[in-house]
Ligand binder design. Structure first.
Ligand code: TRP
Length: 333
């Protein structure tokens, strides 16, 4: 059966949190039975910020372990490190010839980086969208499950694909589209009510998959609430809605219904609700955390998974590069 090809890159910096789990990983897990999936750790992308060489491997291995612990099955998908697929930098080089300095300089994420790290505006940062396009086009993917912040990058990948096709006169690369399961992907707000949960900011208001039981309890008990609704069936402020969303995602339907009823009758006690949520959250996160920790202790197992993933991915990336070389005219032998 011919399944649609899906590619997604996982950043290797920072710790995974509930927002990543419900917003992205859960969707990956659903897709692995219905699509031909290529999921990789974007370690080359991480080099744009010049990380400490000692940190690279533990970061990559941790992200792999956390994704597998969250349900990603390396038997079903190709799970690999970007730097293990040598065809990606080759396609990146080819696409760089079709990417223009002007359009790259206009990308909002590039402009943000320039503002944030003016001392390190390297060419890799400028061509970040080209590398991302190479990640996707190397498997001639049609679907890319990414968040809103990556849509512009995906649009650039479509532009590079169609430019290549026009230049060489064949429909070699499909134009990859954003993939969404539902209209809206689940968005988890940070527990202090300020923005989304984050890999690096708002640490005390973000629940990480690596948080221990007591840390989870403490964070939830500190979550922002208020005096409660003043009238029956009142609209919920977003930070309260967020707590109900978390309850819905981790507790039984009965528990959620009970607290929703209390809210609507104006007799909700947020302290009780948070205690309940804390226990349900602890029960939810614990097996993921423990499985991830166990995997991380077995480096050999992770190494094997990454190697097997790269081998699986190479079948399609090698075919793409062979085809692209031929179209470009690099076929001398
Ligand atoms: N840029 C993406 C992010 O910051 C990560 C990424 C790299 C990616 N290459 C990709 C996502 C290819 C999808 C497809 O989250």
């Amino acid at each position: 059966m011919n399944r649609e090809v899906v590619v997604s890159g996982i950043r290797s910096t920072g710790y995974l949190h509930l927002g990543n789990y419900f917003g992205a990983i859960q969707n990956y897990v659903k897709m692995q039975d219905t699509h031909e999936c290529y999921f990789f750790v974007a370690d080359y992308h991480a080099l744009t910020t010049h990380p400490d060489p000692k940190e690279l491997k533990p970061n990559v291995f941790r992200v792999v372990a956390e994704n597998i612990a969250s349900g990603l099955d390396p038997e079903k998908v190709a799970l690999y490190a970007q730097s293990d697929l040598i065809e990606i930098p080759e396609l990146y080089l080819m696409l760089n010839m079709l990417a223009y300095k002007g359009e790259l300089e206009k990308v909002p994420t590039f402009k943000d980086k320039v503002r944030m790290q003016p001392e390190n505006v390297n060419a890799g940062l400028l061509t970040y969208p080209v590398l991302m396009a190479a990640d996707i086009l190397i498997h001639r993917a049609v679907k890319v499950p990414v968040g809103k912040d990556q849509e512009q990058h995906l649009e650039m990948a479509r532009n590079f694909a169609s430019r290549f096709n026009t230049r060489y006169g064949v429909d070699f690369f499909p134009e990859p589209q954003v993939f969404r399961f539902n209209q809206d992907t689940v968005k988890i707000m940070s527990l202090d009510g300020n923005g989304k949960m984050s890999k690096s900011e708002n640490v005390s208001a973000t629940i990480y998959l690596s948080d221990d039981d007591d840390t989870i309890r403490k964070k939830i008990m500190k979550a922002k609430t208020d005096q409660g609704p003043a009238e029956p069936n009142a609209a919920m402020p977003d930070y309260i809605q967020n707590l109900f969303l978390l309850l819905q995602l981790t507790a039984t339907p009965e528990v959620t219904a009970q607290f929703t009823g209390a809210y609507n009758n104006c007799n909700i006690r947020y302290g009780d609700m948070k205690k309940q949520l804390a226990e349900d959250m602890v029960t939810f996160v614990r097996p993921i955390r423990e499985r991830a920790a166990e995997l991380q202790r077995d480096e050999d197992a992770i190494r094997k998974i990454l190697k097997a993933g790269a081998e699986k991915a190479r079948a399609s990336s090698a075919a793409t590069i062979a085809g692209a070389r031929k179209l470009i005219g690099i076929n001398y032998y």
